[in-house]
Design a protein around this ligand. Structure first.
Ligand code: BGC
Length: 447
């Protein structure tokens, strides 16, 4: 075994975990997702409630979770700010909310954990939702004003900013599939929302850089792999449409300054800007076949290959596919920018697959780095089980298990393993032998 060389990551690599305000803070009553939960749209009927209780300063749960992250050896943590707390009514700003964020960010910095902060992670203030959300005529200007407020208030504590989390996922689930508020099924609106979010990203990026020239700013994009089931034209065509519409259009807009969404006649173009990094969330592969029954997915019906490794139920549309992380990094590498894996993880309450999942995905990331992708950090989704949108509490992504009733935390073995990797800045054969010996070949074979 001693002949196996560890997979070492670059010096100063960031090892961390990712989270989002609504999924972690608790009692986020003033946004559209809270309202959506209260009106029966969550599949298991649960509501976010206290979530992981990160907001309540007296309970110090965020503080103790952050301390545990530091003990494990993590050196970064991604969280998001809740717009509806900071601006509870239009143009009314809540100083107490800013103070709480200052506490949280200050705690991270004292622990030598670099905060990565997202401005928008799916939720909208109710006042914005009421005037049309991401279809409101002035939403970009409103987002820009919020960004300016936040950067002025928190910029001394943060220099790593994500503007918007997963614009395509948001547009798709809220305006096409209708699973999220406002529950629409409307193609033109879907592309309009995606284009508007891209323009809002540009406005926020320029606002941040104008106020904080040294800040590093990026957009976070969910980049699934779309592969055709069969080597024949209809399947290849629909996989290609999905790739183009879901993945490529946003990259073209942001990194090539070509705003070209279908059915979108309003937006004339997008200015060039300065992205300091590419944020990628990677969750797996969709293998698709042509089917007239699947209009919302561009006629690509998900097909799960017979021996595919899967997440827990109810996630039946994607396959665990570590090599996809290599593929998405290499595709992004053509823009010659630093890359952060801003999310990667799986639903696995028993922690039966997570150790192997982590090891094989990190090995794929290592291969991408060896092949020239400038990857600077990896954020696992997520640290403590959090509230999973319309799947509610019935699905668990955490390195640490949570009982939402009691708020008791129980680390899964994956937490220990991820910490060991972070501290070593490497995957060593000893770590694999201890946590997932059956992954030894997959990790070290470099295929
Ligand atoms: C989102 C997270 C979500 C995760 C798991 C990502 O698309 O950014 O908020 O919890 O996927 O589904």
């Amino acid at each position: 075994m001693t002949s196996i060389q560890p997979l070492r990551f670059p010096e100063n690599f960031l090892w961390g975990v990712a989270s989002a305000a609504h999924q972690n803070e608790g009692n986020n009553r003033n946004n559209d997702f809270w309202q959506w939960e209260q009106t029966g749209h969550v599949h298991d009927g649960t509501t976010s409630g206290l979530a992981t209780d990160w907001w309540n300063a007296a309970h110090r749960r965020a503080e103790s979770d952050f301390a545990r992250a530091a003990e494990l050896g993590l050196n970064t943590l991604r969280l998001s700010l809740e717009w509806s707390r900071i601006e509870p009514a239009e143009n009314r700003w809540d100083d107490a909310a800013i103070d709480r964020y200052r506490q949280l960010l200050g705690t991270l910095r004292e622990l030598n954990i670099t905060p990565m902060v997202t401005l928008h992670h799916f939720t909208n203030p109710l006042w914005l939702a009421e005037r049309g959300g991401w279809l409101a005529a002035d939403v970009v200007a409103r987002f820009e004003r919020y960004t300016a407020h936040v950067v002025d208030a928190l910029g001394d504590l943060v220099d790593l900013w994500c503007t918007i989390n997963e614009p395509m996922v948001y547009a798709y689930l809220s305006h096409l599939v209708g699973d999220w508020s406002p529950g629409r099924h409307n193609f033109p609106q879907t592309f309009k929302v995606a284009a508007t979010m891209t323009l809002a990203h540009r406005a926020a990026e320029q606002t941040i850089h104008a106020r904080q020239p040294h800040a590093r700013v990026g957009l976070v994009k969910n980049q699934p792999i779309f592969d055709p089931l069969r080597d024949h034209q209809p399947d290849k065509m629909v996989a290609g449409w999905q790739e183009t519409l879901f993945n490529r259009r946003i990259f073209q807009a942001v990194y090539e300054h070509r705003l070209h969404f279908p059915l979108n006649f309003f937006a004339k173009g997008i200015a060039a800007g300065q992205e300091d990094f590419i944020g990628i969330n990677y969750y797996g592969r969709h293998t698709v076949k042509f089917s007239l029954r699947a209009p919302f997915t561009m006629f690509g019906e998900p097909f799960i290959p017979p021996h595919a490794e899967m997440w827990d139920e109810p996630w039946t549309d994607r396959e665990i596919y570590p090599h996809g992380l290599y593929r998405v990094c290499m595709a992004a590498a053509k823009y010659k920018k630093p890359i952060f894996i801003t999310e990667n993880g799986l639903a696995d309450a028993a922690d039966a697959r997570r150790p192997r999942f982590l090891l094989t995905h990190l090995a794929a990331l290592h291969r991408a780095i060896q092949a020239g992708a400038d990857v600077r950090g990896y954020y696992h989704w997520t640290f403590v089980d959090n509230y999973e949108w319309v799947e509610g509490w019935s699905t668990r992504f955490g390195l640490i298990a949570l009982n939402p009733e009691t708020q008791a935390r129980t680390p899964r073995r994956s937490a220990e393993m991820f910490g060991a990797i972070a501290r070593a800045n490497a995957i060593t054969p000893e770590i694999v032998a201890e946590f997932a010996p059956d992954a030894m070949d997959a990790v070290f074979s470099q295929k």
